[in-house]
Design a protein around this ligand. Sequence first.
Ligand SMILES: [Zn+2]
Length: 55
Amino acid sequence: MKVQNIEEEINQTKNHLAFLENRLKEIQKNCDHDFKRNHNFERCLKCNKAEALYY
Ligand SMILES: [Zn+2]
């Protein structure tokens, strides 16, 4: 595999990752959260968003 090909694939993967993260953020932003409490955090049953609990 050529270095250029590898670099190109790395960039494509980064772009894809950014795309996925944005989609996830968007879904979690628009979610009507249904949090279930765990030890020191709570996690939404619908979108899997986790939030730390502070005491
Ligand atoms: Zn949610």
